[in-house]
Ligand binder design. Structure first.
Ligand SMILES: [Mg+2]
Length: 168
């Protein structure tokens, strides 16, 4: 299965009180790779990487090589990085902010309900809050669902307006 992860507020958290994995960036690369990895991300990605192809899908303009090497330091081999440049090359500047299905992605992990909404008919987005300490288990549960050809579970905090519109 191909699984993609958002970066900001999903794998990289800067908010007050954010917890991080110990820095495993090789010291020669520390001047270049300095972003803090969210607590639990390294273990989760290494575990999922054994059976699945892992991508990053970000609306940031980060250099894909930087992202690839950053995760490589944590023992993770990424398949591909879709950044905003690559997204725009495929979809232009209009349209959805992210479109995982068009890249053959089976499950995308993101903190954004907007991304969930854009792809609601594909049912391939799992939303995890940057404040959720159990986020990694939520991702594991979503992966298990998609592996069974079921949509990922909708979190209990789904916005009320989405329920009202019958999207859930
Ligand atoms: Mg984000």
């Amino acid at each position: 299965m191909r699984i993609s992860f958002d970066l900001d507020d999903t794998l990289i958290c800067y908010h007050n009180g954010a917890r991080h994995d110990p820095n495993r960036v090789w010291w020669l690369l520390r001047g270049w790779l300095h972003e803090p990895q969210r607590s639990g991300a390294g273990a989760l990605l290494r575990e999922l990487g054994r059976d699945h192809e892992l991508w990053v899908y970000t609306t940031s303009y980060r250099d894909p090589r930087t992202v690839w090497w950053w995760l490589r330091c944590y023992g993770v081999r990424l398949g591909y990085v879709v950044n905003q440049y690559r997204h725009e090359r495929t979809f232009g500047r209009r349209g959805p902010s992210k479109c995982p299905a068009q890249f053959g992605i089976h499950l995308h992990i993101d903190d954004s309900w907007g991304v969930w909404e854009e792809n609601r008919w594909d049912r391939n987005v799992c939303v995890v809050s940057p404040h959720d300490p159990d986020w990694a288990d939520r991702v594991r549960a979503a992966v298990a669902c998609v592996a069974r050809k079921e949509p990922p579970p909708v979190p209990p905090e789904v916005p009320e307006e989405y329920r009202a519109r019958g999207w859930v």
